[in-house]
Design a protein around this ligand. Structure first.
Ligand code: UDP
Ligand code: MG
Length: 313
């Protein structure tokens, strides 16, 4: 039996880039079909696009039996699209790839041979530079990776893209993680398995615009921290201990000053500082608690991560 490779492509308003993507991917498919005798399944996940993305995909599906699609009832986000694709992919090997050609399809060949011949379970990709990205975004991205790797036991690789090829075994392991708040970069690391990293230089998207604003990325990084670390929860205890220690020192100083010099303690300004300082710390700590509580709340509702409106799977 020849291997079936499923390629999952999350699409949100990708009408302008799909023709380029489909052409490029078909070239790689035919060369690999000839070279290794493998079969492909191209699984588009239309994540509630507002443009003609779905009709373009349906046109491809009409003429190419390899093309499958799932279309959501609204925009559920890329994480939803990824898990929907993983659930419906039938391949012995499963890859996921962006529709904007920022993940070069030509790397698939190398990924497949690495899994087949070098006995890896997964081949991931990471970009070695962040060319074409606003410097401020790169700066925050670097800080995020440093921070999360400090406070989380799961390794989250800097610059790793979602573009990867995995064995069926690893795919099933990921499908066994039923969480609602999904952070793929963490999930891939958490399940383990042997991963080989291919490095390449950043490619800019072929057409259309990025779907990630700075704010969206910032919130996504917070989701990642909350999903893969409980360290922020201990911040309150640490701050509490520090404050306690400081207050003991201050009390001793005040007692000493009063006994030795009989100094009246300056009241209002210092009191205001202390009230604001402690109030700030307390609200900050409650805020962190609130974040975890909110995630727990959402998780207990057990809502579906996505809703399918149409599919040909
Ligand atoms: N995407 C999606 N749902 C979303 C946002 C993005 O399915 O809500 C898809 C998008 O169509 C693309 C991939 O996720 O195939 C990566 O998005 P984008 O290229 O905008 O991100 P960037 O490469 O700028 O990080
Ligand atoms: Mg992109």
């Amino acid at each position: 039996m020849s291997d079936l490779i499923s390629i999952i492509v999350p699409c949100y308003n990708e009408e302008p880039s799909l023709p380029y993507f489909y052409e490029e991917v078909c070239k790689v498919f035919s060369s690999m079909e000839q070279k290794y005798g493998v079969n492909f399944e191209l699984l588009f996940v239309n994540d509630g696009s507002r443009d003609q993305t779905l009709s373009v995909i349906k046109r491809y599906a009409g003429s190419d039996p390899r093309v499958k699609y799932i279309s959501f009832s609204r925009n559920f986000g890329k994480e939803g699209a990824i898990i929907a694709g993983l659930t419906h992919a039938r391949g012995d090997y499963v890859a996921m790839m962006d529709a904007d050609l920022q993940d070069p399809p030509s790397l698939l060949d190398e990924m497949y041979t690495a899994i087949k011949e070098e006995d890896y379970d997964c081949v991931g990709t990471r970009r070695v530079d962040r060319k074409g990205e606003p410097p401020i975004r790169s700066f925050f991205a670097r800080c995020f990776y440093k921070l999360i790797n400090q406070i989380s036991k799961t390794e989250i690789v800097d610059g790793a893209r979602d573009f990867r090829l995995m064995t069926r075994q690893m795919t099933d392991a990921i499908l066994d993680m039923p969480e609602y708040n999904r952070f793929s970069k963490g999930i891939f690391g958490w399940v383990g398995f042997r991963t080989k990293w291919l490095e390449y230089e950043n490619v800019e998207r072929v057409a259309g615009d990025t779907k990630w604003s700075f704010w969206k990325l910032f919130l996504y990084s917070l989701d990642g921290i909350i999903a893969f670390s409980t360290a922020p929860l201990s911040i309150a205890s640490v701050l509490g201990i520090i404050c306690l220690f400081i207050s003991v020192v201050i009390i001793l100083i005040i007692i000493a000053k009063t006994l030795i010099w009989g100094d009246p303690v300056a009241g209002y300004p210092s009191m205001m500082c202390v009230i604001f300082f402690l109030g700030g710390l307390q609200l900050f700590s409650i805020g962190i608690l609130g974040q975890y509580l909110a995630k727990t709340y959402l998780e207990t509702k057990r809502r579906p991560v996505y809703i399918i409106k149409e599919t040909n799977c």
